[in-house]
Each structure stands twice: as structure tokens, then as C-alpha cells.
Design a binder for this molecule. Structure first.
Ligand SMILES: [Zn+2]
Ligand SMILES: [Zn+2]
Length: 274
């Protein structure tokens, strides 16, 4: 869950209450982390976020203490950008706070935030798009090897504005083998793969990650973690039954929650099945 400390629409407390109303007993906050000043979207929230992070940490920690009394676990997490060659920035940010888990996300190539606008993608040729996909998975391998993260966020976010081209690309053997290397790096460095319903709310209209990546992940024995990437009170646990049915169709029977570098696995059943 994100909050109004970044570009989310609701306070930590309102997001917490929304998650409770969905019946969740483990609730993870994963606000965006600040990025280096060179890496910003044309409209951004970095200044507000930089100032807001101490309050975010305080508020979520207080919610965690009060939730404990009712048997609900609130986790103070963060979604940090992986920016190649700027691991130092992430390391020095992360060391200041006791995050229970860190989600690693790729949203930038160079200083370009590729997930912001379909207009940015319009003039790009198929070859140019393919180069972006390749770079995305090369960066993902570096991200996994950095060992800074517990979960890989939305592992095919790069398809957001070009789902048809992305499907053609991943159907090619060389692309598939690169994606396979990224998933192996994920598994061998102890990361979970996020299965996120956010993609359903975006122009790609598909769960992150898509079916080819899901079946490869299952084949490689990669563990998964469910997420809705909520930015408003309507989206905590968004489409979780659909995520469960989706994961189950690839043979998954449990999802994991990381806390302080330890994993707990929770069995789930797909709707309609025991
Ligand atoms: Zn966001
Ligand atoms: Zn993200």
C-alpha cells in the first residue's frame, strides 16, 4: 500500500482501515522511497516524500503497535527504485529505517520514467521497444544480484503501454531466455516474485506478471507474494481472489510474506476449490 506521503490518495490511517475492512490480518505498507534528484517524473512528489518519510515511518509503526492488540500484523515496508550505478543512494536510505521488507521496483531507464505516459511510447518503433524490454530485464538481473531487496515488484511493468509488442517480444527464444535468466537471478538471490493486481487497472489490463512468466516461475520453483499496489482506499487487496485463482492455475499453492529477511508461507485456495 502507498499513502498520501507520495502520490497515494489516502493517509496511513485511512489505508490501514481500508485494509482492515477487507478482512486482512497481515497488512503491508510499502511507500515509495525517495530517488536521486536526477531521476524524476515531469510531475513528481519527491520533495513531499523526502520530508514525509520520517512521519510515514512513525505513523506506520504506531499503527503496528495498536493493531497488534487485535491480532493484526502491520508491516513497515518500502518500495525502493533500483537505479543501476546508484546502489549507494539506496543503501544509505535503507540503513536509516527498520523496514520489515523492501520491494525493488524498476520504473526508470536512465532518467526516463517509462511507466508514466503512453505518449512517450507512441513514437517508438518495435525495435526501440524491444531494446527497452531487454534493458529492463538486464537491469532486473542487476537488481536481484544487489541483494538489497526482498521482493521484485510488478515483474513485467515494462509492458504497461505496449502489451501486444511485449507479447511478441517474449515469444521469441532469445527474449524468453533473458527473462529466464532474470527469474533465476531472482530465485538464486532469495527474492520473491510479486504477483500484482495493479496491472489489471492499467492500460495493459493484465496481472503483473503475464502467463508466460508465471509458468516459467512455477517451473523454476520461484516463490511468490501477492500485492495490489494500492494507492487509494478502494484498492487494498484488490482482486485478490483473482490473483489466487491465477497463481493456482500455474500450480502455486502458497504465497509468502517476508519480514526482516525471513519468509513465512501461507497456503491459499483458489475460489470455488477447497
Ligand atoms: Zn505509486
Ligand atoms: Zn512500482
Amino acid at each position: 500500500m502507498h499513502t498520501s506521503h507520495s502520490h497515494g490518495e489516502a493517509s496511513t490511517r485511512d489505508m490501514y482501515l481500508a485494509a482492515r475492512s477487507k478482512g486482512l490480518t497481515i497488512i503491508g505498507f510499502s511507500e515509495h522511497s525517495p530517488r536521486p534528484e536526477t531521476h524524476s517524473y515531469p510531475t513528481d512528489y519527491q520533495e513531499k516524500l523526502r520530508e514525509g518519510i520520517p512521519a510515514y515511518v512513525r505513523e506506520v509503526s504506531a499503527l503496528a503497535r495498536s493493531a497488534e492488540e487485535s491480532g493484526v500484523e502491520v508491516l513497515l515496508g518500502i518500495e525502493a527504485d533500483y537505479i543501476p550505478m546508484r546502489e549507494d543512494f539506496t543503501v544509505s536510505f535503507l540503513r536509516n529505517y527498520p523496514f520489515a521488507y523492501v520491494i525493488g521496483g524498476l520504473h526508470f531507464q536512465g532518467e526516463w520514467g517509462f511507466d508514466r505516459s503512453a505518449d512517450d511510447w507512441m513514437p517508438l518503433s518495435g525495435t526501440e521497444r524491444a531494446k527497452i524490454y531487454v534493458r529492463y530485464y538486464e537491469d532486473m538481473i542487476r537488481m536481484c544480484k544487489s541483494r538489497l531487496f526482498d521482493i521484485v515488484a510488478h515483474p513485467d511493468l515494462v509492458k504497461i503501454f505496449s502489451i501486444a509488442d511485449f507479447r511478441d517480444w517474449i515469444a521469441e527464444e532469445s527474449s524468453f531466455s533473458l527473462v529466464r535468466d532474470a527469474l533465476i537471478a531472482m530465485r538464486d538471490n532469495g527474492l520473491l516474485m510479486e504477483v500484482s493486481s495493479a496491472g489489471l487497472r492499467k492500460p495493459c489490463k493484465e496481472i503483473y506478471p503475464g502467463p508466460r512468466i508465471m509458468s516459467l516461475a512455477a517451473e523454476l520453483g520461484l516463490s511468490i507474494s501477492f500485492a495490489s499496489d494500492a494507492h487509494c482506499i478502494n484498492t487494498p487487496a484488490y482482486a485478490f481472489p483473482e490473483l489466487a485463482a491465477y497463481a493456482a492455475s500455474f500450480g502455486y499453492r502458497e504465497s509468502a510474506v517476508p519480514r526482516n529477511r525471513e519468509l513465512r508461507f501461507f497456503p491459499f485456495s483458489s475460489p470455488g476449490k477447497p
